[in-house]
Write a protein that binds this ligand. Structure first.
Ligand code: TRP
Length: 329
């Protein structure tokens, strides 16, 4: 069976793009593969967070994953720092990771360019820790976006090198996984590009209804079609793309016909989109609030997840120690 592992850095609230891009697919996938979902809090430390923020952000991501439908009885959901084996595996893997290849990683070069006063060793070793996350459970598939593909490539380099070095077939070559036709890319509402946290154009799963309405009503459009079947500007196309994810097909047909006939009113289109987004988001938001307020439940989920993750992790680290020659007398 496939072993799927996904890691997310706790950088704050999740938006519609996260939900339709990955989260909703994870919820489906958890029944078909052995899934590990973890929150990469150690990785967050490479950019020196405020401790209070870090803790709150971990809680937010955890509550949002659960609210979206990740079932801790089905999948293993845990916090990276609850599984100390990852640090040992990271140390062991670092012995076969060359400084040169780490220095050449695009994400490292990018970070040190943007922040030359904080070129810390954790940042350099980021790909080693990430490889440890993945190889800890000998994951065969890792859902990642484009920006993480190089890290996954390095994970395969480390796995292959380890296998060759010790003459074993121990680590798999973890493959990137994108959801194929299931992958829905949600654009922003600011006229171009994707929805993203850093783009500041997100509709968040925790947004109240009136905030969603306000954000949608501000969406960039154009001055309207002037002749039948005139080309659709990017802003308007983006509205239709989001509708594909949240609206009834008949609703989309209705507005497309109005567009083709030049009778469309963007105000109506946006109002409809806002209500359809709210239909998706409101129940999730309500669950987020309930879960965030249930410390006992969160505590239980985190403990049980850590226990399951440690079981798999301990087996791997024990094997790796043995392979490398760290053996009991
Ligand atoms: N580096 C990933 C990101 O920034 C997060 C991450 C850490 C991760 N460890 C991982 C993703 C292991 C997949 C597998 O998005």
């Amino acid at each position: 069976m496939d072993i799927v592992l996904s890691g997310i850095r706790p950088t704050g609230r999740l938006h519609l793009g996260n939900y339709f891009g990955a989260l909703r697919n994870f919820v489906r996938m958890q029944h078909d593969a052995k899934c590990y979902f973890f929150i990469a809090d150690y990785h967050s430390l490479t950019t020196h967070n405020d401790p209070e923020h870090l803790h709150e952000n971990v809680k937010t991501v955890l509550a949002e994953y659960l609210a979206a439908g990740i079932d801790p009885q089905v999948a293993t959901i845990y916090i990276q720092s609850d599984v100390p084996q990852v640090t040992e595996l990271s140390l062991l893997l670092s012995m076969h990771a060359y400084v040169g290849e780490l220095e050449r990683t695009a994400s490292f070069k990018d970070k040190i360019r943007k922040n030359p006063s904080n070129v810390n060793a954790g940042l350099l070793c980021y790909p080693v820790l990430m490889a440890a996350d993945i190889l800890l459970h000998r994951a065969t598939h890792v859902p990642v976006g484009k920006d993480q593909e190089q890290h996954l490539e390095l994970t395969r380099v480390f796995a292959r090198r380890f296998n060759n070095m010790y003459g074993v077939e121990y680590f798999p070559e973890s493959q990137p996984y994108n959801f194929g036709a299931e992958l829905v890319k949600i654009p922003g509402l600011d006229g171009s590009g994707k929805m993203g946290k850093s783009e500041n154009n997100g509709i968040f799963l925790a947004d109240p209804d009136n905030v969603i309405r306000k954000k949608v009503m501000k969406a960039v459009t154009d001055s309207g079609p002037t002749e039948p079947n005139s080309p659709v500007s990017e802003g308007v196309a983006n509205i239709f793309t989001i509708m594909e994810a949240v609206s009834d097909p008949s609703t989309i047909t209705y507005f497309k016909e109005q567009y083709a006939a030049c009778t469309i009113r963007y105000g109506d289109l946006k109002k409809q989109l806002a209500e359809d987004i709210i239909r998706t988001v409101a129940p999730i938001r309500e669950r987020i609030e309930a879960i965030r307020n249930d410390d006992a439940y969160l505590h239980r989920v985190v403990c049980e997840g850590a226990e399951k993750a440690r079981e798999s992790a301990a087996a791997t680290v024990s094997d790796v120690r043995n392979i490398m020659g760290i053996r009991p007398f």
